[in-house]
Write a new protein. Structure first.
Length: 201
C-alpha cells in the first residue's frame, strides 16, 4: 500500500511540474499560427457551419491572408470553445492577446498531459518503468515546446491516436475505432496510422 501511495505521489508530482512548466510558458510566446488560429475561431463564431466557405483566409480579419484552414473540424471546435473564454481577445500579425494565447494553448497542454497519463497507465512492467516512460514524454523539450510555446495542436491528435492504440491492444475495438475516428477528424495525417490499425486488426 505504501509503495503504491509513493508511486502515485511521485507521478502526481511529475504531472504537476510538467503542467506548471507548460502553463508558465504558454503566455510568453505567440507565433503566427496562434494569431491565425484566433481569426479562424472568430470566423467560426461569426459564420458557424458556413466556416469552410471562408477557410481560405481571404477575409480582412485574418492576420495572414490566404493562409487557410486545411484541417478537419475537431480543432476548429476546440478553437471556438477557447474563444468563448476570451470573447474580447484580439490578434494581428504583430500582436496576440495574452488571454488568447492561454485559452488556445490550454486544450493542447491538456492533451500533452493526457499522453503522459496514458503512458503511465498503458506501459507494461513496474511502476518505476511507467513513471520513466511518462516522464520522458512530459519533460521532453520538443513535447512541451510544441504545445506550450509553439502552440501546435499535434498533441490532441496524438493523444486520441495513442488512446485508440491502447484500446485496440486491450480488445476494446469499438472504443479504439471511435478514438481513431476522432484523431483523423482532428488532423488528417493520422489516417496513415489508423489504416495500419485496420490492417492489423
Amino acid at each position: 500500500m505504501r509503495r503504491n501511495t509513493l508511486h502515485s505521489l511521485l507521478f502526481g508530482s511529475v504531472l504537476i511540474i510538467a503542467a506548471s512548466m507548460r502553463l508558465w510558458a504558454a503566455p510568453l510566446s505567440a507565433g503566427p499560427d496562434v494569431a491565425q488560429f484566433w481569426a479562424f475561431a472568430r470566423v467560426f463564431h461569426d459564420h458557424g457551419l458556413d466556416f469552410y466557405r471562408y477557410a481560405d483566409a481571404s477575409l480582412d480579419i485574418f492576420p495572414f491572408a490566404r493562409w487557410g484552414f486545411v484541417y478537419p473540424p475537431v480543432w476548429l471546435l476546440a478553437l471556438g470553445l477557447a474563444l468563448l473564454f476570451v470573447p474580447s481577445s484580439s490578434a494581428t500579425a504583430t500582436m496576440v492577446d495574452t488571454g488568447w494565447r492561454i485559452a488556445m494553448k490550454a486544450p493542447i497542454i491538456a492533451a500533452d498531459l493526457a499522453i503522459g497519463c496514458l503512458l503511465y497507465w498503458a506501459v507494461p512492467g513496474s511502476r518505476w518503468r511507467k513513471l520513466l516512460f511518462s516522464s520522458i514524454w512530459l519533460f521532453h523539450p520538443a513535447a512541451w515546446y510544441e504545445s506550450a510555446v509553439f502552440g501546435q495542436f499535434d498533441a490532441i491528435a496524438g493523444a486520441l491516436l495513442l488512446a485508440s492504440v491502447i484500446m485496440l491492444a486491450r480488445g476494446a475495438d469499438r472504443w479504439a475505432f471511435l478514438l481513431a475516428a476522432l484523431a483523423v477528424m482532428t488532423k488528417q495525417h493520422t489516417l496513415a496510422s489508423v489504416a495500419v490499425m485496420v490492417v492489423i486488426s
